[in-house]
Design a protein around this ligand. Structure first.
Ligand SMILES: [Cu+2]
Length: 786
């Protein structure tokens, strides 16, 4: 067994200055892709310690001393106290050495408490070989938070309990606990891992997971790669925590529903087709491999003050950039000044190479591109631009941007002065992974061609089962319409839904306790949700038969004029993207203004079907079944649709959800139960189960009015009441034991009143008697004197 230990013992040091406990910061993130274990087979083992950390702190391993740092004019200084008696300045004015700088997570130059794996951010890179056994021991060293790690893109065939999805594939790892993930690395390509518990992944819990082929076979359709590097980008808010991000999303939804355009909580910025920007709230920046400068200074000139990610390349070298959007929200447009990109893969799957100038990438997606360093040796900007291009009044605005640098090693290291590429009629641009279509993009740039993901093609060498081999009769075919949307039209918080059902975690992890799915008080789906009323809340599970060709029509329509597109991710499975169709585009403005006419929704948006019934059984015009691209995450266009096909051959409970974490966390998810429970692999006997705590997640079949009453009741609920699991309602009823408690309390209270009254009456009686006695005494003692 090959062991590769990534961690050092975690030590705590107390900074008197900050009176905070800071754990050691390991060396800076390295973006090179090098195998983690020497052997290509056997087991590759990792130890991951998850803990809190603080950015902008340097820690010296030898002296066990540490100090916070600060930036001044682009230089890092130690923030240490001056000798006693010197009160003029708080800090020693000593710049950091290069070695000391390696020990700091500078991020964007701000102090922030965040999570880290082995004190690193991004987390340790895992590079293993296809079909290699991977073992990751995850130690939850945090004081008070649970966690799981999801291996995004891994098939987990025969090990669905190793998917790392909190409350679906496993119970979360509690503080002080360790859990060992063991699975086979497959498929090859650029993947990643992240926390699948809350919104922790933006706050530091993510890393790259690269699977190399066992036998290195050079692709003949692309240039030979000289340099293989990671390019991980994500949104960042330096002040907010994980819990705050979710709470803020709820707050945002309230503001949105009430049309309150307050600058602090709702930016109301829109993207190219006038649907809402995925960055629905003010974000500070987009990190590139954990570094960047605040959006508030998003001119290139202002990038001088904080270290940015630097990619050094040789002249004429071919460089593979593995681009991963690890963010929780935020679609980004990536470009390299004065260089083109050759797309060669997405979500780990090879695609026929296409030269492009701009790449759109959504949270959860990966794209591999090759950049040839064939310009005059120099320094060039790499741009990560946000999708915010229209303000609240739909006026065009400059999007926010973050930057990294491309440096030719033959050139002098310098601050780039390169410009963004201009598209012209003689030299048009190509944009890939657009989700609004060419009609929209032509309004923005008549010289830009916009490719949707369905315009990409699988190369001929792809040795996966071609979808054209599947039979398409009613017996061997199943089709689902899944609408990822915000249901209803009022300001309720539980609107994030799939087919109007708001996803609630089950009280026990489904994969560990599959009998939960038979509990009609926990699970709901299209067979038992009729009584739900306008809003349903439950563990939404859809049964998908194995061995059938499965089409899913992904939709994103709230039934309102405002709305957003949603990047949908499916766990444990790949799918083919057969067709991509936007909403109705206004020819004059290029804005999405209506539903795609191919889809007919039910009035409550709970179900949908093809408007033309002859399109059933996969008979959809314009689908690509010859060489469709494979993916595990796809952007579903606002008011449009995507037809995907999967071969449901991996039994298990697989979460399918919007990969905007703030949407998933508030209910935009559904579980695909592939196969009967009897078809699923048998879980190891010693696999940890959840505790015996009672769940609160029963289906809510009450009307909105009743729910409001329940909410009011909840606000007034006494400590002795508890959530009733029976009855299939979220109403807060008292349990039998609570009734006993209440009766005892009432009897005691009544007895108390009786005793208290008796005392009062007795005292009154005694007093009157006493007065009388005194009276008499007085009369005896003094009476005759008066
Ligand atoms: Cu979403």
């Amino acid at each position: 067994m090959v062991s590769y230990k990534l961690t050092v013992n975690i030590r705590f040091i107390r900074f008197v200055l900050l009176t905070l406990e800071i754990v050691h910061v390991q060396s800076a993130f390295r973006h090179d892709v090098t195998p983690s274990c020497k052997a290509t087979d056997g087991e590759c083992t990792f130890d991951f310690h998850i803990n809190y950390i603080m950015s902008m702190v340097a820690y010296n391993r030898t002296s066990l001393q540490g100090f916070p740092v600060y930036f001044n004019n682009g230089t890092l200084f130690k923030r240490t106290a001056l000798p006693e008696g010197n009160s003029s300045h708080c800090c020693e004015n000593t710049p950091l050495s290069k070695k000391e700088m390696e020990e700091v997570l500078t991020i964007d130059g701000n102090y922030k408490f965040m999570y880290a794996i082995n004190n690193q951010f991004p987390g340790p890179t895992i590079v293993v070989y296809e079909n290699q056994k991977v073992k990751i021991r995850v130690y939850n060293d945090m004081a008070n938070e649970a966690v799981t790690l999801h291996w995004h893109g891994m098939f987990q065939s025969k090990t669905p309990w190793m998917d790392g999805t909190s409350m679906i594939s496993q119970c979360p790892i509690l503080p002080g606990q360790m859990f060992t993930y063991k699975f086979t690395a497959s498929p090859t390509g650029t993947h990643w891992y992240h926390s699948h518990h809350g919104a922790m992944r933006r706050e530091g819990l993510n890393g790259a997971f690269i699977v190399l082929p066992q036998i290195k076979k050079e692709r003949t359709d692309i240039p030979k790669v000289d340099n293989d590097v990671l390019f991980m980008t994500q949104d960042w808010v330096y002040k907010k925590s994980d819990a705050q991000a979710v709470a803020e999303q709820n707050w945002y939804m309230l503001q949105f529903s009430n049309n309150l355009n307050t600058a602090d909580c709702l930016t109301s910025k829109f993207t190219y087709d006038s649907s809402l920007s995925t960055l629905a709230r003010p974000y500070t920046n987009a990190l590139i491999n954990g570094k960047s400068k605040s959006f508030s200074n998003s001119s290139t000139e202002n990038q001088k003050t904080v270290p940015l990610e630097l990619f050094t390349v040789k002249t004429n070298s071919s460089n593979r950039f593995r681009i991963i959007n690890t963010g929780i929200t935020g679609e980004y447009k990536i470009s390299f000044d004065e260089h083109r990109m050759l797309i060669i893969a997405t979500d780990g799957f090879d695609i026929s190479p296409v030269w492009i100038d701009y790449l759109f990438i959504n949270p959860g997606e990966t794209y591999d591109v090759i950049v040839i360093a064939n310009n005059t040796p120099g320094n060039f900007w790499i741009r990560v631009e946000s999708d915010e291009v229209l303000d609240a009044q739909k006026n065009r605005i400059k999007p926010n941007a973050s930057f990294a640098q491309l440096h030719y090693q033959e050139a002098k290291s310098d601050f780039p002065e390169s410009k963004n590429r201009e598209c012209s009629s003689s030299d048009p641009c190509v944009m890939a992974n657009c989700h609004w279509g060419s009609k929209t993009m032509s309004k923005w740039n008549p010289h830009a061609q916009c490719m949707s993901v369905a315009d990409l093609e699988a190369p001929s060498h792809t040795n996966v089962e071609s979808p054209k081999a599947f039979q398409e009769s009613a017996n061997e075919f199943q089709e689902f319409f899944l609408n990822f949307h915000f249901s209803g039209s009022d300001q309720r918080l539980e609107r994030a839904s799939v087919n109007t059902i708001h996803f609630k975690n089950p009280p026990e992890a489904l994969q560990v306790n599959p009998e939960t799915v038979d509990d009609q008080n926990v699970v709901c789906n299209n067979t038992n949700m009729d009584q739900c009323g306008e809003y349903c809340q439950c563990t939404h599970v859809i049964k998908v038969a194995t061995k059938k060709v499965t089409h899913i029509v992904l939709l994103a329509d709230d039934g309102l004029t405002k709305g957003t597109s949603h990047p949908v991710h499916l766990h444990g499975n790949r799918f083919y993207v057969l067709k991509y169709s936007t909403g109705e585009i206004n020819e004059t403005t290029g804005f999405t203004e209506g539903q795609n006419p191919d889809i007919q929704y039910s009035p409550d948006f709970r179900s949908a079907q093809w408007r033309n019934s002859s399109w059933k059984y996969g008979n959809v015009p314009g689908i690509n079944i010859e060489n469709p691209p494979q993916k595990d995450t796809v952007m579903v266009p606002f008011k449009g649709y995507v037809v995907i096909r999967l071969l449901a051959d991996s039994p298990g409970f697989w979460l399918m959800h919007c990969h905007l974490e703030t949407h998933m966390d508030i209910g935009m998810a559904v579980v695909l139960q592939v196969g009967e429970i009897s078809e699923q692999p048998i879980i190891p006997k010693d696999f940890p189960k959840c505790s015996n705590f009672k769940g609160t997640k029963s289906p809510d079949k009450s009307s909105p009015a009743q729910k409001y009453q329940n909410f009011v009741q909840l606000s007034n609920v006494k400590a002795t009441t508890q959530v009733s699991k029976a009855g299939g309602s979220d109403s807060y009823e008292m349990s039998p034991s609570s009734y006993v408690t209440m009766i005892v309390f009432l009897v005691a209270f009544f007895c108390g009143i009786v005793v208290f009254s008796s005392i009062l009456v007795f005292k009154q009686y005694v007093r009157r008697r006493g007065y009388r006695k005194i009276d008499r005494k007085d009369k005896v003692l003094f009476g005759n004197k008066h």
